[in-house]
Structures are given as C-alpha cells and as structure tokens.
Write a protein that binds this ligand. Structure first.
Ligand code: FES
Ligand SMILES: [Fe+2]
Length: 437
C-alpha cells in the first residue's frame, strides 16, 4: 500500500503518539477529533473518499437491469447489475450537462435515459445514443460513458471506493476474510431496517460499539443475556477489530422475550458451529460498519457521517432467506431487543457529544475494559498519520490471561470450532475477561 497523505495530519505528532502508547499509558483522541469541522472534512477526503466503504447488499440489485442509488459523501452513485450479471457502480451524472440520470432510489431498467436531452447509457455504462453529436470534434461514444466507481463484493456486501488508485478491498479487510471463511452470508436478506439520526460524531458511536464497560448500567437487558465481563477479543490484522461475548446458559440469542433469549424457532445460520451457538461476535469494519453475528441473524450497522456532530445510522437485521420464507417467521423479538439497545447507546453517545464540547474537557484515558476502543482509535490515528499499513494491535494483552501451563496444548477453540483457531484469536475459550462491547 502506498503512503496516502497529501494534506497535513489533523493531529499533532504528540497527540498521535499519545494514542499509540500501550493502553495503560495512552490517552483518547483529543476533543477536536470529534468536534472540529476541519477534521471532519479531512476524514471525508482521506477516509470516506479513499477507503472501501460498505454501501449495501448484492440483493439490492439481484437481476440484470435492477439498480439502486447509493449516497456516498454527497455523491449519488448507481449500483446496477449488467446483462452479464456483473454488479457495477457509476456516478449518477450524465456526461452531457451533468444531469442526474436516475431519479428513483431503485428500480429495473433496460437502459438509463437522461431525463434532460435523452442521452442513453446501457447497463454497462456505455453511451449508446446522443443525438446531434455526429460532427463534434474530439468526441466518441466510447469516451463519454458514465464515469465508473470501483466496486467489490464480499459475503454479499457491496463496497465502493471513490479512489481509482486504491488497493483492492482484500487489503483493507486483511485477515477478516480468513476469519470468516466458515460463513457464507450471501444468502442472507434484510427482514427489517431502522434508521437513526444521532447527534454524535461517528467515532464516538464506533467507540461505544467497541466496549461493554457501559453495559451493566446502560443495557441491563443485554447484560442479562451476555454479561459484560464474559468474552474476549481477536487480534486483528487489517482494517477491522472484533471480539465476542458469551451467552448465559439460558439464552440462545439476543432477543426481547423476557430475558430467555430464545431464537423463536429460527434455525442457526449456515456455518454457525457449536461454539458460535454460545456467542455473539462483534466486528467493527473500518471505517463505518459494525457487523454483529448472532447464531440466527446478522445485525448490520452502517454509519453515514453527516457532520462532526451528526451521524445517520442504518441498521439491518439479516436472516437466511429460507428462514424469512418460513410460515410464521417473526423477527420482532430480535428487532425490539436491538432497537432498545441501539437507543440506549445513542442516548449516551449524544450526551458524550454534548459533554465533550465543554472547554473543560481534555482527552480521557482508557480503562482495562476499553482496549478495543483503543484498538479502534489506533486505526483512526493510522489514517490521521498517513501510515501505509495498519498498526499492529495486540488487544489480548490487556487481559489478565493466565500463562499456559508448561506442556499444556493450546485449546485453539477461539472463534472457529472447525478448521483450527482463527488467525490471531485469543486462546483460552471461556476465559472471564473484559468484554468487547
Ligand atoms: S444533460 Fe443529460 S442529456 Fe443533456
Ligand atoms: Fe452499548
């Protein structure tokens, strides 16, 4: 990966260094990282427009000619499936005088016809009709197709990158791809979407998702199903971080049914192992996505930063398509649980946004239950400092894990019950430890 910085870093070297210290000595990001419009603009230019951003699911455009419009940093993009069944992304901008070519948020078309002077583009973005252009100089239909945007998919998710020079998505995902190799989430479908408008910086929301230090007080319902101090973290290699929390014996998943956490008859997703049945996995996918794997559903949070102090959060509950098609399928227990939990989180994030505005506030400290917040912030300062790769974050060191007994073999059960341990997975399953969210 090439060095990516062109503008001065938004923080001083000393501020970046203080985040990069080992967590016991480190300080949080300084106040202006969450409040300064100039830093927000820097993040738009250097993160949102340079990194791969998850924008949707492949099923949003399932058949040739189906398309969906996606907004990214003020850009309207068309994600469309071509006649060859390939998914592509284009700027929604006519090459004539710049009119938005597609108006509806989604649909099915045989071609795109600009509503202004009727230039026509095929599903692969080629210009195929433009009247009165025959005698133009230095003009050809080949050169005046819709401008393309890079698009890649993984596990049914659609990612786009506005930077033509960006490295492939795989470089950003790092070893998360191997880590998830037992899953195939392409057949999942959204059964419910809820959007939240949250008056907090996107990084406060990501930090909140990364720890469960706040759970006993903020989420009494969640804490009953997955006690905040039962879980562990993975050592990430790439633009992600994650860990798991363990379900109490009486619980099968996260749902609001009187605290029993029953899956309401829903089967587990494909690839879920016996070990996975007892866990909820939480992943922050740099920069703006959270993926929470439950035995029977995948919860997706997509953050859309609107300003330094405002974030739109799109939350989807994904289930196996077959499960959704089952008569009597009802996701409302899972939806109600996470809607409640989400609102509890947004409330404290908004209070934090308000509190940290004060002239009295200076960057705080990480407790030993917040090393995964530290891990997220290190990704932030990796970007702020223009580093050419992700810094190594050894989150497990924060735990007081007893050293293996001499001669004892590694349990190797973390995260992957088949096919050996996940890369970087923490050893010592069921170790009581500070949790991840
Ligand atoms: S602006 Fe699209 S055809 Fe003129
Ligand atoms: Fe929370």
């Amino acid at each position: 990966m090439t060095a990516r910085i062109e503008l001065p870093a938004p923080l001083t070297e000393a501020e970046i260094a203080s985040v990069r210290r080992e967590y016991r000595a480190a300080s949080l990001l300084p106040k202006r990282a969450y409040h300064d419009p100039a830093i927000f603009d820097w993040e738009r230019a250097h993160v949102v427009r340079k990194d791969w951003v998850l924008v949707g699911r492949e099923e949003d455009a399932p058949q040739p000619g189906t398309y969906t419009l996606v907004e990214l940093d003020g850009e309207s993009l068309i994600v469309v499936r071509g006649q060859d069944r390939e998914l592509r992304a284009f700027f929604n901008v006519c090459r004539h005088r710049g009119t938005a070519v597609a108006e509806e948020a989604c649909g099915k078309v045989v071609r795109f016809q600009c509503p202004y002077h009727a230039w026509i583009y095929d599903l692969e973005g080629h210009l195929v009709r433009a009247k009165h252009t025959e005698d133009l100089e230095d003009f050809s239909f080949e050169r005046f197709g819709l401008a393309t945007v890079r698009l890649e998919t993984w596990q049914g998710f659609v990612f786009v990158n506005l930077d033509r020079e960006a490295e492939p998505l795989a470089d950003q995902l790092g070893d998360l791809v191997d880590h998830w190799s037992r899953f195939d989430f392409r057949s999942l479908r959204s059964a419910k979407r809820v959007e939240y408008d949250v008056a907090a910086n996107w990084k406060f929301v990501a930090e909140n998702y990364s720890e469960c230090y706040h759970c006993p007080g903020v989420h009494p319902q969640l804490n009953k199903l997955t006690p905040y101090d039962l879980g562990g973290d993975f050592d990430p290699h790439g633009g992600w971080q994650g860990g798991w929390m363990e379900l109490v014996d009486a619980a099968e998943t996260m749902s609001l049914d009187g605290g029993h956490g029953s899956k309401a008859g829903r089967p587990s997703m494909a690839g879920i192992t016996e070990l996975d049945e007892r866990r909820i996995y939480y992943y922050v996918l740099w920069p703006t996505t959270f993926l929470s794997i439950h035995p029977d559903y995948l919860l997706v949070h997509r953050l859309v930063p609107q300003g330094p102090d405002r974030t739109l959060i799109v939350c989807d509950w994904l289930f196996e398509a077959e499960t959704i098609a089952t008569p009597g399928f009802d996701p409302s227990d899972a939806v109600a649980f996470w809607d409640l939990t989400n609102r509890q989180d947004w409330h404290v994030c908004e209070l934090q946004q308000r509190g940290t505005r004060s002239s009295s506030w200076v960057a705080g400290r990480y407790t030993d239950a917040e090393a995964s917040v530290h891990a997220f912030d290190q990704m932030v300062v990796d970007r702020y400092s223009g580093a050419s790769s992700w810094s190594q974050r050894v989150v497990r060191e924060r735990y007081d894990v007893p050293p293996p007994k001499p001669g004892a073999s590694d349990e190797g059960g973390d995260g992957v019950a088949t096919g050996g341990p996940a890369p970087g997975a923490r050893t010592g399953a069921r170790t009581k430890a500070a949790a991840t969210r």
